[in-house]
Each structure stands twice: as C-alpha cells, then as structure tokens.
Design a protein around this ligand. Structure first.
Ligand code: DGL
Length: 259
C-alpha cells in the first residue's frame, strides 16, 4: 500500500461531505474518493443487518479502488456496523459517533440535546455511551424527514424549518446548553438551526475529531501522503448527482454510477 493511495469515505448520501470537508481541510495533500449511497438513503430507518450489508458493499467498492483507509462518514453506519467492518477488513477504519462526551463534560445546565437518526439512537453503541452519563439529562430526538429533504437539496424550505422547530423547541424549553448534531447530514442545516435556538446554546458535531483521528491513524500506519503534488478527489453517487455537486463544490469530479 502506497501513501499516495486515496482515503475512502462513504455515507448513505451527501451528508458525509461535512466530514470530508474537515478531513480535506486538515489533510489537503491526501487523495480522496467519496461514495454517496443516496439510492439507499436513509439508512436511519433500516435494520442493523441491512446497514451492515450496505456498509460492506460500500467498503468493497472503495477497496476495489485501492483506498488505504476508510472513513465511515455516517453515524448510523458507524453505530450499527463498525464492529463488523473492523472484523471483516484489515484496512484501518475510522468511524464517527455523536459528540456526547464533550457535551456531557462541559454542560453547565446538566441538560444536553441530541438530534440523530433512529438507527443511531437505537444502537447498542449509542446506549453504551449514554450509560456513562447517567447524571446528565440527555434529550434524544430523531430527525424524522430531515435526511430525505437534504438529499433532495431542500435546505431552505418551510417544511424543513417547521420540522426543525418541532424537534428543537422542546430541547430549548428543557434548558439545554449543548446541542449535539449526531448525523453527518445535519451540519448543512446550521444556519436554519441557529435561527431557531438561542445563541448561548453551543452546537457541536464530531467532524474535527474525526479529521484529527484520521491524521493520527495515517501517521501510525506510515500512510500520510507527504508529496506536494496537487491532490485528486473523486465523488460517486448511485442517484442524481446535482445535490452532491452543489454540496461538495467539486462539480466536475462528481459521477453517477452503480454500486
Ligand atoms: N448521514 C448519516 C448519519 O450520520 C445517515 C443518515 C441516514 O441515511 O439516515 O447518520
């Protein structure tokens, strides 16, 4: 394996681009391949078995393209399938989980909110994390409908704003001081979320932590790309490509394909 080989990313759709951007910012020399399994989105409503099957399909596709490391840019796939992926594949695999720990450690009101998919909130891994913070009031909310609307490029509609109000207002009333975005699609709704919740509530996600972890693991495995040549980036989707083009900002490198 050469350090010039790409980092592979996958998500149920366009959401993982929020993670891709963090990794690219920290590691601009790295070549990357991003898979948006939008045909099968949302993963959040699927069974664990289904999520494992789809995650393996995505990893197989990325390994066929010689990826040196995989970033599971999806909380739902990580919390349901990371154990199985690590058992099956020998390549390093980085996962993303909701940032409960920093929120729970820093809250002053001892009340935090988490917005995530049903698949993430119901997972064993998430339950285990939450069990460490029994003294904190953690308000869990499934973001029903949000992923589908984001997948359709519908970020500004009244529908999405109304859904966000319904999900976030009870958290504000319960006096949260941290809001954890536990789905990689949701950072694309930051402006809309900020219109709804008061400014003192801190909004956090795990993007930066994943980027740092990716760098550490590449270093440990002697796989950091240290060449000065300009990096290349390929984005594949098995659904319509327009939203991925808009969100990634790499229009010319986005391809529709079957996987
Ligand atoms: N973006 C994903 C996540 O982080 C999955 C959304 C979905 O497909 O339900 O959870």
């Amino acid at each position: 394996m050469s350090n010039k080989n790409p980092i592979g990313f996958f998500d149920s759709g366009v959401g993982g681009i929020s993670i891709w951007k963090e990794v690219h910012q920290l590691l601009p020399n790295e070549n990357t391949i991003y898979l948006a399994d939008s045909k099968n989105a949302p993963y959040g409503q699927r069974t664990k078995e289904d999520i494992i099957r789809l995650s393996c399909k995505n990893v197989d596709y990325l390994l066929e393209r010689d990826c040196k490391l995989i970033v599971v840019a999806c909380n739902t796939a990580t919390t349901n399938a990371i154990k199985e992926l690590r058992a099956k594949y020998s390549v390093p695999i980085i996962g993303i989980e909701p940032a409960i720990k920093p929120a729970a450690n820093q809250t002053k009101t001892e009340t935090i909110g988490i917005l995530a998919t049903k698949g993430t909130l119901n997972s064993e891994l998430f339950h285990k994390t939450v069990a460490n913070y029994k003294h904190i009031n953690i308000i869990e909310q499934v973001g029903y409908g949000l992923v589908q609307l984001i997948e359709n490029g519908d970020l500004e509609s009244d529908e999405i704003k109304e859904l966000l109000k319904t999900y976030l207002k009870p958290m504000v009333e319960a006096n949260i001081d941290y809001l954890v975005l536990g789905c990689t699609h949701y950072p694309f709704l930051l402006p809309q979320i900020k219109e709804i919740i008061p400014a003192h509530i801190k909004i956090i996600d795990s993007g930066e932590a994943v980027a740092r972890q990716t760098k550490n693991v590449l270093k440990q495995n002697n796989l950091l790309n240290t060449t000065e040549a300009e990096s290349t980036h390929l984005f594949y989707t098995n659904y319509k490509s327009q939203v991925l083009k808009n969100i990634s900002g790499f229009s010319a490198n986005v391809f529709e394909t079957d996987f």
